[in-house]
Structure formats: C-alpha cells, structure tokens
Design a protein around this ligand. Structure first.
Ligand code: HPA
Length: 258
C-alpha cells in the first residue's frame, strides 16, 4: 500500500474516500500514531499528517521514527511525502512544484536512525540516491499531466529534479545561510525532509518528495518572509498538490498489476 505524508497546508487529504482510522502504539517515546486509511482512484492509500491533525507539532519535534514505524506496521511499502519549501533556485518561485532528486541534511539533534540500540552489528544503509526512482518518475508524469490539463504556461512547469536542503527550524534561515546553501547546490529549503527520507530507507520503504515552494528563501527577496504570504500560497498550492496526487494514484493503479 502507498501512503501520503502531509506537510504544512495538508493536514487533511480530502481526495481520500471511505476513511477509517487505525492507531498504533509505537516503541518510540510510547508515541501513539494515528493513520487514516481510505482509497484514491480505487487504490488503497494511507495518510499521515506529520505535524498532527491540528498542525501543532513543529518540524524539530515530530516523532519521525514513530511515524515511519507505524506506516511500516500498517503495511505501507511506498511513501509520497508532501513538503512546503522555500525556493532557492530562481525557478522556484512561490507556487512552483518540484520533485527533488537529492538532498542535503543540515538538521541536528533529531532522532534520525532506527539502528541505535541492541544491535547485532553496526548498520550503514546506502543513501546515494535518497528518493525512489520509480515513484519520482511517476510523480513527474503526474505533475506534467496535471499541469497540461490546467493549461499552464512553460514558466509554471514543475522542477523535475533538484536538491532539497533540510534545516533544523523552526526559525527560518538567515540570508547568509541561504547563500551558503545555494553554493552547496541546494535548490530549495525545508525543515521536514530529514530524517524522514533516511528512516524510510532504513525500513526499506520507497520514498519520494513532492515539494511546493511557498516563499523565496531568506535574502532572495526584499523584506521579511511573512506567514500571511506563505499561508496564501499554501492554500492554492495544496489544491494543486491534491490534483497531482489524484493523477499520480490513477497512473499508479493503471501501471500496477494488483
Ligand atoms: N525555509 C525553511 N523551511 C521552509 C521555508 C523556508 O524558507 N518555507 C517553507 N518551509
């Protein structure tokens, strides 16, 4: 089964039909994780809002291990992670969608691995390519198809690759931090892409990210970054994200022999 992990602006997935809720008691700080299950385009889909149903858990306090553990326990094998980001690459104007193919982790102090205690041996997972090729490819087709339907201009076309830089938050970056990230090769900056992607890899789950730019990253535009402007872009952008997900699940169903 596939799952969607919702980020800011996507605490509810209203394209999900026939929803039932399943709770898991996890071994990670005894956290209880609630997963919603339903169907999209006839395909069973699980949904987990990473900031909680009422969007109260900040990026650095999310229990990423509990979330991923519960999804695996639920029988999930692949994840589409939705993340709001700040745009660093000039193409990443607010409202732009991107499907990153690489990431750089700038977070610190987060519980970031399952391989920590009671090990029979030390484990190092390969993370050369952090995102699933297959899920990414299908997301790219879905985004392009959705934008074709919406008759978007060239400029609106999604970024079909890119480097996601993950910062610790919850504060936004300084202009110098963003300038450094740009030199490092980052095209976008968010706070929730890691350790989520790495934990998915440790559990053997396919994982891809659908990112929505909601602001230009710090220092790339005059004036401060305001939550008002971010929330406005989130509101329209997440509607598009849901349309893309709908196309994605239809394509996935058509191409998968169930
Ligand atoms: N920085 C980090 N995370 C973000 C941003 C940003 O500018 N916008 C949305 N998430």
């Amino acid at each position: 089964m596939l799952a969607v992990i919702g980020g800011s602006g996507l605490s509810r997935l209203d394209i999900l039909q026939g929803i039932k809720s399943v709770s898991y008691q996890t071994p990670y700080a005894q956290a209880q994780v609630e997963i919603l299950e339903g169907s999209v385009e006839g395909l069973p889909v699980a949904f987990l809002p990473r900031h909680g149903a009422d969007h109260k858990i900040p990026p650095h306090r999310i229990n990423y291990r509990a979330n991923l553990w519960a999804l695996k326990e639920h029988g999930v094998t692949g994840i589409i992670a939705v993340n709001a980001v700040g745009g660093i690459d000039p193409q990443m104007s607010p409202g732009k969608l991107a499907i990153p193919d690489q990431l750089i982790d700038y977070t610190s102090g987060r519980a970031h691995t399952f391989y920590e205690e009671n090990l029979e041996e030390v484990v190092h997972v390969d993370f050369t390519h952090p995102y699933s090729k297959r899920l990414r490819q299908l997301l790219v087709i879905a985004v392009e198809e959705e934008q074709m339907e919406e008759d978007e201009s060239e400029e609106e076309m999604p970024m079909t690759r890119g480097v996601y830089g993950c910062t610790q938050g919850p504060r936004l970056e300084t202009a110098a931090e963003v300038a450094r990230m740009r030199k490092d090769g980052c095209d976008m900056v968010g706070m929730t892409g890691m350790p989520e992607a790495a934990l998915a890899r440790e559990l053997g789950l396919q994982y891809a990210c659908l990112a929505l730019s909601v602001n230009r990253a710090a220092g790339l535009e005059e004036g401060p970054i305001t939550m008002d402007a971010i929330n406005q872009t989130l509101a329209t952008g997440m509607k598009e994200v849901k349309r893309v997900l709908q196309v994605f699940f239809r394509l996935y169903r058509e191409r998968t022999v169930i």
